[in-house]
Design a protein around this ligand. Structure first.
Ligand code: ADP
Length: 754
């Protein structure tokens, strides 16, 4: 519901209800009042007219009584009919009576009766001598009182008959009666007077039998014919019947109902009227006064119409006023609402502020302030978003470029590349990997890598070789695929492969997967195999003549030779020894390369003795620099271990020989051998030229020689450490070293006891 409606509706309803109640209350109150006033007016009129009638009746009676006192009449009545003056007296009385009739308009006739009710004088002389004994006047009036009666005379019509007794003034003896007939006209004049009764109001008289005795306004020829049987008439007479229960008014002779609400009842022709009545006890009549309800109520109806019209006009004016006032009050709110809707759609430049000083005006201005603040902060946010978007876009471009670059590299790389996540599922698979394995990129992505890329050992194709991948993920360090690994393709073909696995580490340092690079090593293997075969064959072929040369040179040295000859024979012997050693090394290498294990024959050996022996050999053969070779103080004199003494001695000799070779004059070599929980730990420490850091990881490769030794010592082959490592590993041991360039090197070899 709108605020305007909320304001208009309750006010309008409240005012409407109050106004309607007030109007209708005042209408009903004034209607009741009006009825009471009309009734009171009617009542007053009726009473005044009844009073007039009673006065008139009294006057009639007094007139006849005054005639009864006329002396001539008394005298006539005292005179006997036989008396000579009797006729004269009759004429005189007749004359007198005629004069009275002539002088009083409404008196129609006057008659004198003697005590026997015989007419003796009259304004109608022809009636003289008539007997009135049977007249109702005398029959019903034994006491001979002055009496007045309503008479419907066949000759005179409706008249009033009045009788009054005549007494002897002296003796008070009853002499006779005077009777007068007067017209009823002036009573009609009283009741028919319309004054104060409006259009439809009337007053009329009814006798004690309820017959109308005066004309009625609404019907003709009614005198003593129209019976009035209405609420009004019956109430008037019920008073007479039940006199005691009613209050008296107007000196006790005009009575009517007392306090009663105004009654509306049907009149003699059934019209709805308001009426009242006054009883006239003298004659037993009732004067009824009535007025049409429609006429009486017309002003009330007019008042009602006026009230309703006024209410309607007031309603319209009221509604219009409230509506416009409410509109005026709510206008700023409406503007505010429209404004907020516009602002809500995003137009922050819109101003809802209104000029009004009231709360709504203040609210609208506050709203503008708020919108301004929002606009400002939105502009700031927009700027920030724009800046960040630019940054993100830049980064995204860079990432996209980097990604494209990486993808291009990976796609174009000559080796097989695939990436697995920590669940070992393939997330990247390059074309070379696809070509080598026979699986498409689509088939590979999302699959567990061992379902697609089956790496097995060459020596045992049923055994899966995935240790290097698992180790890379577990340790977070790059791992190499062990030699002699085969890849079984989709079609079941076996390909020799080589290469490595590197862990993928995210910015938080978490390992998220592993990237594996592998290549087809079939040709390399073939070449290696051919080379090894060649070396093996060549070495065997060289060994026989070399042994001959060595043997012959030794024989020669035993002969008596001059110094020059001895020097040559010694050179021949030394070179033959070097060559023999080289050939032995090559043969060892070829053995290693072909995968054949060394023929290790383990016997319980005192390894300390082997060390001593190795030191002696080195000192004898190769220690021109006279570098002292010592055993550490901790080294025991005896340490029995189950090893191949020949091979281990070869390894120890090699390590000590290298230490001597790569030490400068003045250096020291310390050999140590200690037993620990796992086995024995052998070390050879020198303070020689050391191994450059960047080449340390290649030291155990065959034929590899560090840059710093190539010029320093030309005699090396790069095979010694390769063979030493193979010997130690063949015993289930480990070999490693620590070295700082120009500081020295320590080689460690650990051999398990079991
Ligand atoms: P070489 O016949 O060259 O000695 P090795 O296989 O025995 O072959 O050694 C390989 C290489 O390791 C050497 O050429 C040298 O660069 C390095 N090396 C081995 N031992 C030492 C050492 N004690 N001090 C410095 N470098 C060493």
């Amino acid at each position: 519901m709108k605020i305007q409606t909320k304001i208009v509706l309750p006010i309008f309803i409240a005012i409407t209800v109050i106004l309607s109640l007030a109007t209708f209350y005042s209408y009903f109150y004034s209607a009741e009042n009006l009825k009471e006033r009309i009734f009171a007016h009617l009542e007053t009129t009726a009473q005044s007219r009844a009073h007039n009638i009673e006065t008139q009746l009294e006057m009639e009676k007094e007139l006849i009584q005054s005639i009864a006192l006329i002396g001539k009449i008394e005298k006539l009545l005292l005179t006997s009919g036989n008396d000579s003056s009797y006729d004269e007296q009759v004429l005189a009385v007749n004359e007198r009576l005629q004069k009275i009739v002539n002088s009083i308009d409404h008196v129609l006739s006057v008659r004198v009766l003697d005590k026997d009710n015989i007419l003796i004088a009259s304004t109608d002389p022809e009636l003289i001598g008539s007997d009135y004994s049977e007249s109702a006047f005398f029959k019903e009036n034994p006491e001979r009182k002055t009496e007045i009666k309503f008479v419907d005379d066949p000759d005179l019509g409706v008249v009033l008959g009045i009788v009054s007794p005549i007494y002897n003034q002296e003796t008070n003896e009853y002499l006779g009666m005077v009777g007068g007939i007067t017209s009823f006209k002036h009573f009609n004049e009283i009741v028919l007077d319309k004054t104060g009764l409006g259009e439809t109001g009337e007053t009329y008289l009814i006798n004690e039998e309820s017959y109308a005795i005066s004309p009625l306004a609404q019907t003709e020829n009614v005198i003593l014919e129209q019976k009035i049987d209405t609420v009004n008439s019956s109430k008037c007479f019920s008073y007479v019947e039940d006199e005691g229960e009613h209050e008296e008014h107007e000196e006790g002779h005009i009575k009517q109902y007392g306090e009663e609400s105004v009654e509306i009842f049907p009149d003699y022709i059934g019209n709805s009227v308001i009426g009242t009545h006054v009883h006239i006890p003298e004659m037993g009549w009732c004067l009824l006064a009535e007025i049409d309800e429609s006429e009486a109520m017309i002003s009330i109806k007019n008042q009602l119409i006026f009230a309703i019209t006024s209410i309607l006009i007031v309603f319209v004016i009221l509604f219009a006023t409230i509506y416009f006032v409410a509109k005026y009050i709510t206008k700023p709110i409406t503007l505010l609402k429209e404004g907020t809707a516009i602002i809500g759609k995003g137009n922050l430049d819109y101003k809802v502020g209104t000029d009004s000083d009231d709360e709504v005006g203040q609210l609208s201005r506050s709203f503008d302030e708020m919108t301004k603040a929002i606009k400002k902060s939105r502009a700031e946010v927009d700027q920030k978003v724009e800046d960040q978007t630019k940054e993100i876009r830049k980064n995204a471009d860079q990432i996209s470029k980097d990604k494209n670059k990486i993808e291009t590299i990976i796609q174009g790389i000559g080796d097989g590349v695939f990436v697995v996540d920590v669940d070992l599922k393939i997330t990247l698979f390059n074309p070379v990997a696809s070509r080598m394995s026979g699986f498409s990129e689509k088939e590979a992505l999302g699959e567990k890598y061992q379902n697609v890329l089956k790496f097995v050992y060459e020596s045992d194709t049923d055994k899966v070789n995935d240790k290097f991948i698992k180790d890379a993920i577990a340790t977070g360090k790059p791992q190499s695929m062990s030699n002699h690994t085969l890849l079984i393709t989709k079609k079941g073909k076996q390909i020799s492969v080589a290469d490595s696995a590197a862990p993928l580490i995210n910015k938080k340092g978490q390992i998220v997967g592993c990237v594996v690079v592998f290549r087809d090593a079939t040709k390399e293997r073939e070449i290696d195999r051919m080379k090894t075969e060649f070396v093996s064959v060549a070495s065997h072929q060289l060994k026989t003549p070399l042994t001959g040369i060595k043997w012959m040179s030794e024989l020669l040295l035993r002969e008596k030779l001059n110094s020059k000859q001895k020097e040559y024979a010694l050179d021949v012997n030394t070179s033959a020894n070097k060559l023999t050693k080289l050939v032995d090394n090559l043969l060892n290498v070829s053995h290693i390369e072909t995968g054949k294990k060394f023929d290790i024959e383990k016997v319980n050996t005192n390894v300390i003795k082997l060390i001593d022996s190795a030191i002696k050999i080195v000192e004898k053969n190769n220690n021109n620099k006279k570098i002292p070779i010592v055993k550490s103080k901790e080294t025991p004199s005896k340490l029995i271990i189950n090893i191949d003494p020949g091979k281990i001695k070869q390894a120890i000799s090699n390590l000590i020989d290298n230490a001597v070779k790569y030490s400068k004059q003045g250096g020291t070599i310390e050999v140590s051998c200690l037993q620990n929980e796992d086995g024995i730990m052998l070390s050879v420490k020198d303070n020689g030229i050391g191994i450059p850091l960047k080449q340390q990881d290649r030291i155990f490769e065959k034929f590899f020689r560090a840059d710093n030794v190539v010029q320093y010592e030309t005699g090396g082959t790069g095979l010694g450490l390769y063979i030493v490592k193979a010997i130690i590993e063949a015993h289930g041991g480990k070999i490693w070293f620590e070295s700082d360039e120009n500081e020295g090197t320590t080689f460690y070899a650990e051999l398990p006891v079991k």
